[in-house]
Design a protein around this ligand. Structure first.
Ligand code: NAD
Ligand code: TYD
Length: 338
């Protein structure tokens, strides 16, 4: 079997490639990634040496590149996306292009080439925001509030349409906030780990009482693997970590584990349209395929902090932009680097 992993140089995609490599010895992987600021070939260290993993530089919104690369693959796992809410507020353009148009281009090619399985990686953010009680279920109406989540909701609906109209064997996995190794330090947890370790300020939006549910990326990629192999066309599955927490509690835990100081916390201006609370009911996935998160947040966070401490080279390359020098060498002017 041969799976195309789009966005495989990003945070969750690269963890998924590692998962497939370690757990499915009969599978080959083609990583298809346009290497935006969030894409880093260094996330696949050790894997690209294998004949089972190959990298293709390409854009999911380019029908020709997609078609050429998809030829001969059995399955698609679509991780490629613009993924950061704050960036979508500043400029929604790349989000519409990659998350909406790119997903449709992939769906078209998958249908035309008769790809057996298509898994779309989505987010709890498509459901909007919860009050103090309740959880999102798969039949909760979609009510996205940011340009990012609206683009992801659009993609989910395009997958639905491809399943209903053309009989594509497509599935959607909607995950809560993921954390763990190789996450780009623009997202809350890696950003706070780095800032805390360096004695810098810890910018918390608004009153810091916005609640997120955190799932360790290893649990998430195991869920994605299960659904890719055993999900049925049209299936939608929520994935969560059973670890709901206000942002301030997350930041305080990082302070405690890194030996930083509470005085580093700075409440800053709130994000516009900031969703108050996310919480996932993942009982459907548990009942259908027996998946549950295995990592407690405290233990997972401790491991994540240790991972960032042990990977100073990776961090240095990411923070100085050195990881991008490689692309310039390799691709010259063919890569439009912002
Ligand atoms: P990321 O930003 O770390 O990685 C995205 C990857 O996609 C990068 O390697 C980037 O180069 C690539 N990419 C972007 N545009 C592309 C294009 N046009 N063509 C090809 N490749 C392109 O993102 P992530 O956090 O790993 O998220 C992966 C997926 O999971 C996304 O679809 C995201 O919406 C979804 N998701 C993320 C989270 C989370 O907490 N991070 C939670 C739920 C769902
Ligand atoms: P983030 O990691 O951007 O994920 P998402 O917005 O997709 O949930 O943010 C997680 C939460 O942390 C969210 O409520 C916004 C908040 N946040 C801060 O308070 N400060 C920060 O610097 C960042 C990046 C996020």
């Amino acid at each position: 079997m041969h799976v195309l992993v789009t966005g495989g140089c990003g945070f969750i995609g690269s963890n998924f490639v590692r998962y497939v490599f370690d757990h499915w010895p009969a599978w080959r992987v083609t990583v298809f990634d346009s290497l935006t600021y969030a894409g880093n070939l260094g996330n696949l260290t050790g894997l690209l040496d294998s004949e089972r993993v190959r990298f293709v530089h390409g854009d999911i919104a380019d029908p020709r590149q997609v078609r050429e690369t998809l030829e001969g693959t059995d399955a698609v796992a679509n991780f490629a996306a613009e993924s950061h809410v704050d960036r979508s507020i500043l400029d929604s353009g790349p989000f519409i292009r990659t998350n909406v148009v790119g997903t449709q281009v992939l769906l078209n090619a998958a249908r035309e080439l008769g790809v057996e399985r298509f898994l779309q990686v989505s987010t709890d953010e498509v459901y909007g925001s919860l009050g103090p009680d309740g959880t999102f279920r798969e039949d909760t109406p979609l009510a996205p509030n940011s340009p990012y989540s609206a683009s992801k909701a659009a993609a989910d609906l395009l997958v639905r349409a491809a399943v209903r109209t053309y009989g594509l064997r497509g599935m959607v996995v909607r995950s809560s906030n993921a954390y763990g190794p190789y996450q780009f330090p623009e997202k809350l947890i890696p950003l706070m780990i780095l800032q805390a370790a360096e004695g810098k300020r810890l910018p918390v939006y608004g009153d810091g009482l916005h609640v997120r549910d955190w799932v360790h990326v290893e649990d998430l990629v195991a869920a994605i693997g299960l659904v890719l192999q055993r999900g049925q066309p049209g299936d939608i599955f929520n994935v969560g970590g059973a670890s709901e927490m206000p942002n301030l509690d997350v930041v305080r835990m990082i302070i405690e584990m890194t030996g930083a100081s509470e005085s580093q916390i700075e409440l800053v201006e709130d994000r516009p349209g900031h969703d108050r609370r996310y919480a996932m009911d993942f009982s459907r996935l548990e009942a259908a395929l027996g998946w549950r998160p295995t990592r407690s947040f405290r233990e997972g966070l401790r491991d994540t902090i240790a991972w960032y401490e042990a990977h100073q080279d990776w961090l240095h390359a990411v923070r100085t932009g050195k990881y991008r020098d490689f692309y310039r060498q390799q691709y010259g002017n063919r890569l439009a680097l912002p």
